[in-house]
Design a protein around this ligand. Sequence first.
Ligand code: DGY
Length: 320
Amino acid sequence: MAQIVVTRPLVDGALEGLASHHDVTVGSPPSGDGLSEQSLIDRIGDARAIITTVADPITADVVAGCPGLEVIAQYGVGLDNVDLNAAAEADITVTHTPGVLTDATADFTWALLLAVGRRVLEADAFVREGHFERWETRTILGMELAGKTLGIIGLGRIGAAVARRALGFGMDVIFYNRSPANPTVIRESGATPASLETVLTSSDVVSLHCPHNEDSHHLLDLEALNMMRPEALLINTARGPVIKEADLVEALDAGMIAGAGLDVFEEEPDVHPGLMNHDRVVLAPHLASATVEARIRMGQMCVESLLAYFDGEDVPHRAR
Ligand code: DGY
């Protein structure tokens, strides 16, 4: 039996099958703005494996502070909270959960897109605040999607799933990928390749689906935002630091773009105060994978990886 620590409680049913084989400890829900490096080291102790989330900073210090650690099973697809170099140096196996949250994330991208485009939160507030006195011709006008262009930055699994949904709305889809996208994915998505500049200048909606790394850090800065159309919308369900948040506030204030739907932020859980006051900005607390189905499947993938590792089998869902 291996000692396995889960940094925080997961949804019911996510860890089925793990506790009957291993000694599993589930940490209590973190308070405040989450788990610090020291509290992670304390939680992990002598454990041989951990199940971590995007909110857990698995830094070089955490890796160094947990010398018994053999496996990091990330409950999520993105791994930018894990210092992969430090994990490699310590010969730690890292797994993650690609694929199972694609539909949930694509759906939520569309929830944000529609909420911003059709001003759903303003409409809700309008009714609740008692302003709905009669039907009017010019109340809360939004953007029609049919015939418009959706520009996807990052045509991986999630970008492609967002693109497929766009076809149902009658949108044209173009995409920019830093590395060549998979030809089957391109065909199935119905999207046309374009330069970053074309995506920014020609799209009515730009949606981010690239990972956060050195190349994508602050990809959407003031210069890039200024290339977008004044009536365009920006949606981010990828990673916060892909957008330079202060520049986004400036771009919104200056009318360089019309609105934004944001599920992720540069310094989570902090949100730039300038984003809080905009009517055409819809904010969510990093919820895109938050369906019961996706969160159960994410747990099952962690379980599969850990059971295989400790049974000496090939480890599925390996990131390294
Ligand atoms: C991920 O999987 O990377 C999401 O951001 C959290 O589920």
